[in-house]
Design a protein around this ligand. Structure first.
Ligand code: ADE
Ligand code: ZN
Length: 322
């Protein structure tokens, strides 16, 4: 079986970051929004480095202005995921871009996305869930609104809460209030850490936010004691190798630590993060892992089992996708 045909589970996908450039250009022209600086001449997203990537990402997101826009986007994203063999996906969505701090407005966006997800599941068989995410560089005060949105809609397609954005800004401890609110509402927790920050960033996510999974987490490899802790505690990493290589966290696929982490007993999964930004797809991630590390169908099956175990879904959904 080719890697294209293998059934895949993806735990780390940003809905806005998965928007195809043509989709964003189409909405910009419908709404007469000037997106100067967002695209290269060849039509792809244009950014120099990670911090610039975040600002281009936010500029592109400015054309997503209504619940209907998000429903159309989620439909396009799930169609592409299903074409890559993805059978289950967890999608980060930021209330900061969907209604701001207004919980009632967020509920309108969420309803539109949930209906789009149900239609995609009926038509394509792909199961999806949403993880509300706050954005680190917007600061801990502003993160309370997404946490409230998440808490008020917990269980209604939303099954998790997380944090993304610029890992170089602020301290994770300051977001503990928001994570506590989400946990008390019964949500699962994850945090981007150990992508740009070193091992201490991963420790902070575990000790200060008490997350079950880490977004990226790959730089834990720099601290053997932390690697042992991740393995012993069964913490799952949402590893996005193509994202890491394209953004320059590692200079090449061969230098990426995913295989070393696996060999040390860490539970790793594979995701794309923001596929069109990084010129990747789930199939391309699998093909590169096959080419670079010689992964075989049994290796991919192990990755899928790990993702199934770590998925932020209930037992019925887990049984449905198993
Ligand atoms: N938001 C979208 N992609 C991200 C990444 N790779 N790291 C942090 N925040 C993000
Ligand atoms: Zn991410």
């Amino acid at each position: 079986m080719s890697v294209q045909d293998l059934p895949k589970l993806e735990l780390h996908l940003h809905i806005e970051g998965a928007a195809p450039p043509d989709f964003i250009r189409g909405l910009a022209s419908e709404k007469s929004v000037d997106l100067g600086g967002v695209f290269r001449e060849d039509g792809s997203y244009d950014y120099r480095d990670f911090v610039h990537f975040l600002s281009v990402y936010e500029a592109a997101t400015s054309v997503l202005q209504t619940p209907e826009d998000y429903a159309r986007l989620l439909t396009a994203v799930l169609e592409e995921s299903a074409a890559q063999g993805v059978i289950y996906t967890e999608t980060f969505v930021s209330p900061d871009f969907c209604g701001g701090s207004d919980v009632e407005a967020w509920k309108d966006y969420l309803l539109a996305m949930k209906e789009a997800a149900e239609r995609a599941e009926a038509r394509l068989g792909i199961v999806s869930q949403g993880i509300v995410t706050c954005i680190r560089h917007f600061g801990p005060e502003r993160a309370r609104a997404p946490a409230r949105c998440a808490a008020e809609t917990a269980g209604d397609w939303i099954t998790g809460f997380g944090i993304g954005g610029d890992e170089g800004k602020g301290s994770l401890r300051d977001f503990a209030y928001s994570f506590d609110m989400a946990r008390e509402a019964g949500l699962h927790l994850t945090a981007h850490a150990g992508e740009w920050g070193g091992p201490q960033s991963v420790r902070d996510a575990l000790d200060d936010l008490h997350v079950e999974r880490i977004g990226h987490g790959v730089r834990a490899i720099e601290d053997p004691a932390l690697v042992d802790r991740l393995a012993e505690d069964g913490i799952t990493l949402e590893v996005c190798p193509g994202s890491n290589v394209t953004l320059g966290v590692y200079p090449s696929w061969g230098a990426h630590p995913i295989q070393k982490l696996r060999e040390r007993g860490v539970r790793v999964t594979v995701s794309t993060d923001d596929p069109p930004f990084f010129h990747t797809t789930m199939t391309r991630e699998y093909a590169e892992l096959e080419r670079t590390f010689g992964w075989e169908p049994a290796d991919f099956l192990e990755i899928s089992r790990t993702a199934l175990d770590a998925a932020f879904c209930d037992a019925d959904t887990r049984a449905q996708i198993a």
